[in-house]
Design a protein around this ligand. Structure first.
Ligand code: PMP
Ligand code: GLU
Length: 408
């Protein structure tokens, strides 16, 4: 059967591919430690589940307004206003099938063929394929490990041209596990503000996972709260990470600019594509943003902060790895460059992160994501997800240490 050229050209999601591979090996009976997918191991807080159950039983099973109910959009807007300082009204919000769908809708609504999108890398694997699917050119700006996985204002300024329609910022970052400081974000925004045509897409899906335990005083900062950026920032977020709700597929996008025109056009696309996400999730969204969930969100954050410390120590103890200490999200992104050219106990030659991850999975039964699809500057890195309990974390890290030490 025919397949369009643009879909043939598109890469599959390597994070999901690693997850599928690990699951298949597990099914065959292998004791695989999965450090692949970025997905909290916790269950969704019960008050949120109960809100959805009640709505389902009460018959909230019909179509609702495409971008979500008035109540759910108001809850998102109130959250963005109260917690993030973004001047957002309910009509600036669309609730989507995960933040991934919010990103897709945003890029399709924003990009014309040949437009430039500036992407600080290493960056999540789905940005480039979705930019290119929309017809955009992805301009990578390398935030290398040596510079703490952060791009500088000078680098950003050099990458921006009159053709630049947007910059994507993801802080805290997947795959780097680092958060920019407020001062750093303000400096980057000054560069963007000098280009009147460019908007900032701020992917804040990991906002609740910031660790002042690692960097005292560190806190999440939303660029959409800067007055000069208020009309030029599209904020993406969702419930997947903060509330351990990956399987529910609930994301949202907020675009206050242009008298709401951008959002109206985005909702037009959503209406032709998916309509609303499940109607009985709407009260669960309202519940998630209520004060009842906050202690549970904080308890998960504290657990992730502890794991971040454990993984940082275990990664540092591997002589052939070099890394930056994570202070956000649930990823460590060490360089395996010192392993290149060596051979594994099973006879596999390590050429890059791809061959390293392949040998590690087959010989040591630990799944990690190779860095290549996170950007050109990430080809020698692997992503270790620490969204798993401490015992599993220690078991997997011990295997990685042993495998890495045995390379000859
Ligand atoms: N942005 C980033 C940076 C991510 O890591 C992910 C992965 N889940 C998403 C967006 C999408 O999340 P979801 O679709 O589950 O809301
Ligand atoms: N974002 C998570 C990850 O990077 C989930 C999988 C995906 O959607 O990419 O692992």
């Amino acid at each position: 059967m025919k397949v369009s050229e643009r879909i043939q050209r598109m890469k599959e999601s390597s994070t999901l591919a690693v997850a599928a591979r690990a699951a298949a090996l597990k099914k065959e009976g292998a004791d695989v430690v999965a450090f692949g997918t970025g997905e909290p191991d916790f269950d969704t807080p019960s008050n949120i589940k109960e809100a959805a159950e009640r709505a389902l039983q009460a018959g909230q099973t019909k179509y609702v307004s495409t971008p979500g109910t008035v109540e759910a959009r108001a809850a998102v807007a109130a959250k963005l206003h109260g917690e993030n300082g973004i001047a957002c009204k309910p009509e600036h919000v669309a609730i989507t099938a995960g933040a991934k769908h919010a990103l897709y809708l945003t890029l399709q609504t924003l990009i014309d063929v040949g437009d430039d999108m500036v992407l600080p890398t290493p960056a999540w694997v789905s940005y480039r394929p979705l930019i290119e699917l929309a017809g955009g050119r992805c301009i990578e700006v390398a935030g290398t490990m040596e510079q703490g996985f952060k791009v500088t204002p000078a680098q950003l300024a050099a990458a921006m041209t009159p053709r630049t329609v947007a910059v994507i910022l993801n802080s805290p970052s997947n795959p780097c596990g680092i958060a920019y400081t407020e001062a750093e974000i303000r400096e980057l925004c000054e560069v963007i503000a000098a280009h009147p045509r460019a908007v900032l897409i701020s992917d804040e899906i990991y906002e609740k996972l910031v660790y002042p335990e690692v960097d005292p005083g560190l806190r999440h900062f939303s660029p959409g709260s800067i007055p000069a950026m208020a009309e030029r920032t599209i904020t993406l977020n969702g419930l997947s990470k903060a509330f351990a709700m990956t399987g529910w597929r609930i994301g949202y996008v907020c675009a206050p600019g242009g008298n709401g025109t951008f959002m109206q056009e985005l909702i037009k696309l959503q209406g032709q594509m998916t309509n609303n996400i499940p109607a009985f999730f709407m009260p669960a969204i309202v519940e998630a943003f209520s004060s009842r969930s906050a202690p549970q969100v904080e308890a998960m954050r504290v657990a992730f902060a502890r794991r971040a410390a454990v993984v940082a120590e275990l990664v540092r103890a591997i002589p052939r790895f070099r890394s930056v200490r994570p202070n956000g999200a649930f990823y460590s992104f060490p360089s395996i460059a010192a392993c290149k050219g060596l051979t594994s106990p099973g006879g596999r030659r390590i050429e890059d992160a791809q061959t390293f991850a392949e040998a590690l999975l087959l010989e040591a039964h630990v799944a990690v994501v190779p860095g290549g699809d996170f950007g050109a500057c990430a080809a020698d890195h692997i992503r270790i997800t620490f969204a798993t309990d401490e015992a599993t974390l220690r078991k997997g890290m011990a295997r990685i240490a042993e495998f890495t030490a045995a390379l000859r």
